[in-house]
Design a protein around this ligand. Structure first.
Ligand SMILES: [Zn+2]
Ligand SMILES: [Zn+2]
Length: 170
């Protein structure tokens, strides 16, 4: 199961039919909530162990998409869009929101070795999707803890360029 999670899978966009590469992360395993940018679909993860994230109001449910109460408290995405509950990952080519139902076909095909795992079929429960940047292969479109630093502004919330596909690096 975990080994399957370390792979970049191939998916296709139902709008423009181009392919993209992605990985699926487990918010419970990684101990975070997540959200997608409402404009470019970038994934943001908000780690519960982060001091900045600890300042946010308690959310109704953990290990899934963010509580709507967090939305106005987050820093904007690098593209100028906002991380919102209910937003979807987007195709890196045509920028259209990806259908969770359509993606279910390749997600389940790609993880066929993981017997006891089933895709949740939506963009809000335990598993989230990080998509590889087509201009920088292997670099996932992902921001870590997009929360203003209360002490002083620094750049540590900038886009992650991690080589780890588990989303655990800080
Ligand atoms: Zn597309
Ligand atoms: Zn964005």
């Amino acid at each position: 199961m975990m080994r399957a999670m370390l792979t970049l899978y191939k998916g296709d966009c139902e709008h423009c039919h181009h392919t993209y590469r992605y990985t699926i992360w487990d918010a419970r395993f990684g101990q975070y909530s997540y959200a997608y940018c409402d404009t470019c679909g970038m994934l943001a993860t908000l780690f519960y162990s982060s001091e900045a994230v600890e300042q946010l109001p308690r959310s109704a449910a953990n290990y899934r998409e963010i509580d709507a109460a967090w939305e106005p408290l987050l820093t904007p995405c690098a593209c100028g869009g906002h991380f919102k509950k209910g937003a979807s990952p987007r195709c890196v080519h045509c920028k259209q929101p990806l259908s969770a139902e359509y993606a279910a076909v390749h997600i389940m095909r790609n993880v066929k070795g993981a017997k006891n795992w089933r895709w949740q079929g939506n963009w809000k429960d335990r598993f989230c999707m990080a998509i590889s940047d087509p201009r920088n292969f292997g670099n996932l479109r992902h921001m870590v803890d997009p929360v203003p630093d209360l002490e002083e502004a620094d750049d540590s919330d900038a886009e992650s360029d991690s080589g780890s596909f588990l989303g655990l690096q800080r």
